[in-house]
Ligand binder design. Structure first.
Ligand code: ACM
Length: 514
């Protein structure tokens, strides 16, 4: 049996970099106060106050100094943040818990936000917190969770709840997969048919895609987020210092959009948003009018989502229609392109130029490597780690999220004891033991691996409760893998700390897998 270490005595997931336990306890009282040393932290103080209130502690939040002798929590911005080589904010923080007061100090608001979540875990549902000092910072700057809201749609309040739950484990990225063949979920003012038509499908597949013949529920299904909804989601995530990465998946995975605007497609076929899972063979045509349509869409998306990173998909684009269409072949010849893969890269590069004009950076799934990587693009490696290794070799930043280790739509236990999923097996321990920075990348290029994220493709997640079941607790293992350095990780220790995290999830009503 491994010896219990300091971290095993605390309900923390992820673990923390340095911890020193002291004598005594901080106690919440009827007079507990939260104060801040800078007005910009007031919203963080209010957030902490909300969390503590839910845990049964009423704290007054004040911007002025504490009355002497009162149980006080002080949030302070102090010190210079370390500059990150890829431009990410310093997320380090120091948390000092004494009998009379708690001091949370960080050089940035992001650091304060992470420390608040650590404090939220320490407070749990009890009335005291052991005196201690924590000095903490993450190993990797990209610690994300993805959510597909196309195959199934989740209400705004569910998306907010998901963001708040991942915040608890110090995640900092939420990848919002807003469009796909089966439904378009983002209101775009310039193209109202994307919500009138593309957000609704007539029916949904029952059972597994591989079960033939296909059966359908014959029930219309749909939903979308208004611009106001998305702005509200952005604001909610902002207070928690979580960046949202909106994805508009192109040039494949566009059947829903082509259904509403047939001129975007390659054929005269009348289409409708797809009712089965699997990948549509319909693809955008590469004419200038289509590029302009997508530029307009990205413009509205960039107006709503003020973050650096914009995802344009690029995965699984079947190219049959491009091979067969005379107009597409003519366009390829005019552009001097020799293959459909080059055409896809050309298409994606145009989108990259567009987002760069607004100082944003484009992300694509690893297929964007196939016809030549667009300048400045970031590669999300999903089919394996190969795409990430190749991208790093080319000097491109990487998010390493191979399906074999980060696809949370896979089974998490024996198939006969689990609800239906797409297939595959990915256990909690496999997620925990995932090393996000591949050995094959030379030492001098390892900094290009920004991190990783868990994927929640929602074909087999008919409601939000299933999303939570698939996400948790695997997301906790991933969170620790991305926050902690390899030498700080220990599987048995993680298992020791898991029950406390599960109690906290219970208190929040999260439907995790037991
Ligand atoms: C993907 O799973 N198609 C990125």
């Amino acid at each position: 049996m491994k010896k219990m270490t300091e971290i095993d005595k605390l309900p923390l997931i992820p673990g923390v970099e340095k911890i020193f336990l002291k004598e005594g306890f901080f106690s919440f009282t009827a007079d507990s106060v939260i104060t801040v040393n800078d007005p910009v932290l007031l919203e963080k103080g209010l957030l902490l106050g909300e969390y503590l209130k839910k845990a049964g502690h009423s704290c007054t939040v004040a911007s002025a100094g504490p009355a002497p002798g009162v149980s006080t929590i002080i949030l302070s911005l102090a010190g210079e943040g370390k500059e990150h080589e890829m431009g990410f904010p310093d997320e380090s923080y120091t948390l000092s818990v004494e009998e009379e007061s708690i001091n949370l100090t960080a050089p940035t608001r992001a650091g304060i936000a992470r420390g608040i979540q650590t404090l939220r875990q320490l407070a749990g549902t009890g009335n005291t917190i052991p005196a201690l000092r924590i000095e903490d910072s993450p190993r990797l700057p990209w610690r994300g969770m993805h959510l597909d809201v196309s195959r199934h749609f989740f209400e705004k309040k569910e998306v907010l709840r998901f963001i708040d739950t991942i915040a608890l484990f110090r995640f900092n990225k939420f990848h919002f997969h807003l469009t796909d063949d089966q439904g378009w979920r983002a209101e775009i003012k310039k193209y109202p048919r994307l919500t009138e038509v593309s957000s609704q499908r007539s029916s949904t597949l029952i059972g597994h895609y591989n079960d033939k013949p296909h059966r359908f529920d014959d029930t219309p299904y749909g939903g979308f987020y208004t611009r106001k909804d998305m702005e509200e989601i952005v604001e909610y995530a902002r207070v928690r210092e979580i960046d949202i990465i909106p994805e508009i998946d192109m040039p494949g995975h566009m059947q829903a959009a082509i259904s509403a605007y047939p001129e975007l497609g390659c054929t005269d076929m009348t289409l409708a948003p797809r009712c089965t899972w699997g990948i549509s063979q319909h693809i955008l045509n590469p004419q200038e009018s289509t590029l302009n349509f997508m530029r307009d869409v990205l413009d509205e998306i960039m107006d709503i989502f003020p973050y650096t990173f914009i995802h344009v998909g690029g995965d699984e684009a079947h190219k049959y229609e491009w091979e067969e269409q005379r107009s597409v072949q003519d366009r390829m010849a005019k552009l001097g392109l020799e293959s459909e893969e080059e055409l896809q890269s050309w298409f994606i590069s145009r989108m990259g130029e567009h987002v760069r004009r607004r100082d944003r950076r484009m992300i694509g799934w690893d297929e964007i490597l196939e016809g030549g990587l667009a300048d400045g693009a970031i590669v999300m490696s999903w089919r394996s780690e190969e795409g990430g290794i190749e991208a790093a070799r080319l000097g491109a930043p990487v998010i390493n999220c191979p399906c074999q280790r980060t696809y949370f739509d896979y089974y998490q236990g024996p198939k006969d004891k689990e609800p239906l999923t797409i297939g595959g097996l990915l256990t909690l321990e496999q997620v925990y033991r995932f090393e996000p920075v591949p050995d094959e990348i030379p030492e001098s290029k390892k900094y290009l691996v920004m991190g990783s994220q868990g994927q929640l493709w929602s074909e087999y997640m008919p409601d939000f409760s299933r999303v939570e079941y698939m996400a948790f607790p695997r997301a906790l293992a991933l969170a620790e893998t991305l926050w902690c350095r390899p030498e700080e990780k220990n599987w048995e220790s993680f298992l020791n700390r898991l029950p406390a995290a599960e109690s906290l999830l219970d208190s929040l009503g999260v439907n995790y897998r037991r």
